[in-house]
Design a protein around this ligand. Structure first.
Ligand code: SAH
Length: 343
């Protein structure tokens, strides 16, 4: 059965037409789903009962089930969603100053194998469908009391978004529409480990989403250790494509750098990073490691973090330290995982 949240099943307009329904029905359905945030066909009360019953036969409503819902004292909320095939994914609602962001997953698990991240511990099971990506948006929107709504999307949850662009792009393009979530291109960030071919494809896409590249090391020797897929790619090509993306889109890139005590947080690492990024129109986003049970890595102490920051600032790098959110409910960066017992 089609899911009503699946933007690639452009069947809805045709379905309505076949039944001689007026064009405004589509508008009523979208309003019911995305403005009124209905939780079932019964709640789309603007439609005649008979039509609702017919829709229910052709279009499934939720294909996911909320298996767990956790709230942190800092306002972060995390949903563990069970998919139709009993796989599990997580997505997060993040509060900010006068804004709400949502963090979405694109795969069940992840194949990239970054050594410090929980999402890849058990490899990847499959790509999410565009419908499953849109469903995360709808599920998270329903956590907010109307008229509050999320204003930003970060594609930084489980999975490598650039390994699933065929499903991600239709989902994001759908989220931009005014009759769905109305999220402007500039408020959508896609985070990637750095896959050059897919980055080139994003550069050619009509809408230039904000791109964040997870760097974590300024030399190939170290990056190969932390981000194993780097061995097949290399920093030089990633940075060259990132520069191309900037030239084509005019949008400054973000580089992410997880700070791991003793591994990539020492003064020589900071200096190497300065050499790599100086002169590039980039923002460096440093994320002190969020602990993952079972992994041997440590968060640097505040003196090491300060020293790292000072060296970058002195070197003229535009740097920002990310505030940790949701770590008490394992909803922070790198803490989302595939295991069923992650609740
Ligand atoms: N695969 C994509 C998106 C998911 S990860 C990517 O690699 O960018 C989103 C961000 O969280 C990445 O920058 C990632 O490196 C970071 N991250 C992963 N594990 C982390 C951890 N344990 N602590 C802090 N950040 C982490």
């Amino acid at each position: 059965m089609n899911s009503i949240f699946d933007p690639t099943a452009e069947a809805l307009a045709g379905w309505l037409q076949q039944r001689g329904q007026p064009a405004y029905r589509l508008e009523q359905i979208r309003q019911g789903l995305y403005t009124r945030r209905a939780g079932s066909w019964d709640e789309v009360t603007s439609l005649p009962k008979g039509l609702r019953a017919e829709l229910a036969e052709s279009f499934g409503f939720w294909t996911t089930r909320i298996a767990a819902h956790r709230r942190a004292a800092d306002g972060t909320q995390k949903l563990l969603l069970e998919l139709a095939d009993q796989q599990h994914i997580e997505c997060v609602l993040l509060p900010g100053r006068a804004r709400w962001s949502i963090c979405l997953s694109t795969q069940v698990g992840c194949a990239m194998g970054c050594v410090f991240c929980a999402s890849g511990l058990r490899g990847v099971a499959r790509n999410l469908t565009a419908g499953e990506i849109v469903e995360q948006m709808a599920r998270l929107q329903r956590l907010l009391p109307a008229p509050d709504r999320f204003s930003h999307i970060v594609v930084m949850g489980m999975g490598e978004p650039l390994a699933n662009l065929d499903q991600l792009l239709p989902a994001l393009d759908f989220a931009r529409r005014n009759d769905t979530f109305g999220i402007g291109t500039r408020r959508i960030t896609i985070s990637t480990v750095g896959i050059p071919a897919a980055m080139r494809r994003l550069a050619r896409h009509t809408h230039h989403y904000h791109l964040a590249v997870s760097l974590h090391a300024a030399s190939d020797a170290l990056r190969n250790q932390l981000v194993p897929v780097n061995a097949r790619i290399g920093l030089e090509e990633i940075l060259a494509v990132a520069d191309e993306y900037f030239e084509l889109s005019g949008r400054r890139l973000t580089y992410e750098y997880v700070l791991l005590a003793g591994l990539n947080d020492q003064p020589p690492h900071a200096r190497e990073l300065v050499r790599l990024l100086r002169g590039r129109p980039a923002l460096l986003n440093v994320i002190p490691f969020n602990p993952v049970p079972g992994l041997p890595y440590q968060t640097p102490d505040s003196a090491a973090i300060r020293q790292f920051r000072d060296l970058l600032e002195q070197g003229g790098v535009n740097v920002q330290f990310r505030q940790r959110k949701g770590d008490t409910i394992d909803a922070a960066c790198g803490q989302l995982r595939r295991a069923d017992n992650s609740v």
